[in-house]
Design a protein around this ligand. Structure first.
Ligand code: PLP
Length: 384
């Protein structure tokens, strides 16, 4: 059996990495942008080398075996059987949900999402003169949950599109069948289209909580759902720009494609090469990655919850931990949480960008030793 080494990674300092360049001249460990400090799977690298050796990079269309790999992978990993014609290839998931907003609503319509959430969700409605409508997720004990009555009430505000993030960035939840069923029922009652960003679906850490694509619940949910997926997070290839929407309903798919016309480019050919190999051959790499991420997640939860003024919740999926710093900020009189941790040598994402000030998001998709150094710096800053 092949083994994979996640104890180290290539040097990214001085590279083109957005995550690392921000702190090029400072001793700050970058733990913000959501990519990992690991090389892509060896099989992906090999396929890319072979394709590059061909030497010609003319316009390309996705070939049948790419779609086959994706379809088989989704059936195998998420028990959802999709059809080839449901796939719409995209250069990214952010593009994908912006197109969904454009396709579904008119200027002035409401677009719903629950906060905190991945910041581009919050900007997408405004990109098309539509209105952002939000309700907060609520923390009950160690679990982030939906506020069902407020969510239901929010639909009255002219909402046409329900933007779901599942598994959830940043709270790390994998929504269960009951929660997804309630969202689907709400969409039926208010005749909404659901845009479900499932980019993190390959990164479920808790085997007891499998990812369920909301569109797989039943046919009527599928008909009103645009599901967005990509190999980019799971196999760490986001800058290869290859993603896809899964849209079972022909009418909705046609609207979606019309909204793409003239502004959404074809997918990068290297992204397609990597996608095929990732979905088809890189399950063992993913399993090994998940072992590392599980251990990293446990370490983050242990350390953070042992520190005064900080707390976090179990990470069911993703390599992102969502940390409540409000008590620390209040007792120490800290105004800028991200600047506080940067001064301590750790670069985190500021919760205010996700719609919830007082929190930070920590990316633990890195070798365990680097994570440990980051946690040491956080501890030093908090207990000093
Ligand atoms: C929920 C979510 N959607 C989309 C993206 C980015 O997708 P893409 O790079 O394919 O546009 C991210 C990246 O962090 C994310 O967390």
């Amino acid at each position: 059996m092949t083994t994979f080494d996640f104890s180290t990674g290539p040097e990214r300092a001085g590279s083109d990495s957005i995550k690392w360049r921000r702190y090029a001249d400072r001793d700050v460990i970058p733990m913000w942008v959501a990519d990992m400090d690991f090389a892509a799977p060896p099989a992906v690298l090999e396929a890319l080398h072979t394709r590059i050796d061909h030497g010609v990079f003319g316009y390309a269309d996705p070939w049948p075996s790419v779609a086959e790999a994706v379809i088989d992978g989704i059936a195998r990993d998420h028990a959802w059987q999709i059809k080839p014609e449901w796939l719409v290839w995209l250069p990214g998931v952010v593009t994908g949900f912006n197109v969904a907003v454009r396709a579904v609503g008119q200027p002035g319509d409401g677009v719903f999402t629950a906060t905190p959430v991945y910041p581009p969700f919050l900007h997408a409605p405004g990109n098309f003169e539509q209105r952002l409508v939000t309700t907060p997720l609520l923390q009950h004990g160690t679990r982030w949950e939906w506020d069902w009555s407020r969510t239901e009430a929010a639909m009255a505000d002219g909402v046409r599109l329900f933007m779901l993030c599942n598994p959830h960035n940043p709270v790390g939840r994998v929504f269960d069948r009951d929660e997804l069923g309630r969202i689907a029922a709400l969409a039926e009652r208010h005749d909404l289209v659901i845009c479900s960003d499932e980019i993190h679906c390959g990164l479920v850490l808790d085997p007891a909580k499998p990812h369920i694509p909301i569109a797989s619940l039943d046919e009527s949910v599928a008909k009103r759902t645009i599901t967005l997926m990509a190999p980019s997070k799971t196999w760490n290839i986001p800058a290869l720009y290859c993603a896809f929407a899964i849209i079972p309903d022909a009418g909705l798919r046609a609207r979606y494609k019309r909204a793409m016309a003239g502004i959404v480019p074809h997918v990068n050919v290297l992204g397609l090469v990597a996608t095929e190999v990732a979905y088809r051959d890189c399950g063992p790499w993913r399993e090994a990655l998940l072992d590392t991420l599980r251990a990293n997640a446990a370490r983050v939860v242990d350390v953070i919850n042992s520190l005064p003024g900080l707390s976090t919740t179990p990470v069911e999926a993703t390599y992102l931990a969502w940390i409540d710093c409000r008590e620390l900020l209040a007792t120490r009189g800290i105004a800028n949480v991200a600047a506080f941790f940067e001064a301590a040598g750790v670069g985190l994402s500021d919760g205010k960008d996700f719609g919830l000030p007082g929190f930070v998001r920590l990316n633990f998709g890195c070798p365990p030793a680097r994570l440990e150094e980051g946690l040491v710096r956080i501890r030093r800053a908090v207990i000093s």
